[in-house]
Design a protein around this ligand. Structure first.
Ligand code: THU
Length: 133
């Protein structure tokens, strides 16, 4: 799949965002090791902290379908800025794939930038830390 195709899937997922409180729609497309892709959008709640980010919706769907290794994650939002995963999503994602390639897309221009997850979350806390007990 091309980068443009992955971004198109994230953009389509964004149209399903449920974001009546922030009005900030996000779509994500997560590509698994076998090439399959799972998408997600943000899902908000009247109880604001319950909001789930698009990236974790996609991750949950992919893991529930039996996937554990991921290659690329495209993220787009309704904002102009490039949309990178929030801190919680970075931690959830690095559990599975430290070398995941993040494709951050501008919601208005469609331009994108690529960066690895380990660059976004250096010195991360992982299961290795728990082995030191
Ligand atoms: N959001 C995401 O879905 N992904 C991000 O990377 C940043 C934030 C959502 C959460 C909330 O529904 C809205 O954007 C505003 O924070």
């Amino acid at each position: 799949m091309t980068v443009s195709e992955l971004i198109a899937l994230a953009t389509e997922a964004k149209t399903h965002a449920y974001a009546p409180y922030s009005s900030f729609s996000v779509g994500a497309a997560l590509e698994c090791e076998d090439g399959s892709v799972f998408t997600g959008c943000n899902v908000e709640s009247a109880s604001y902290p319950c909001a789930i980010c698009a990236e974790r919706v996609a991750l949950g769907a992919a893991v529930a379908a039996g996937n554990r290794r991921f290659q690329r994650l495209a993220i787009t939002s309704s904002g102009e800025d490039f949309c990178y995963p929030c801190g919680i999503c970075r931690q959830n994602l690095i559990e599975f794939s430290p070398d995941l390639q993040i494709i951050a897309v501008s919601g208005t221009t469609g331009e994108h930038k690529e960066i690895s997850l380990s660059e976004l979350l250096p010195f991360s806390f992982t299961s290795d830390n728990l082995k030191q007990l």
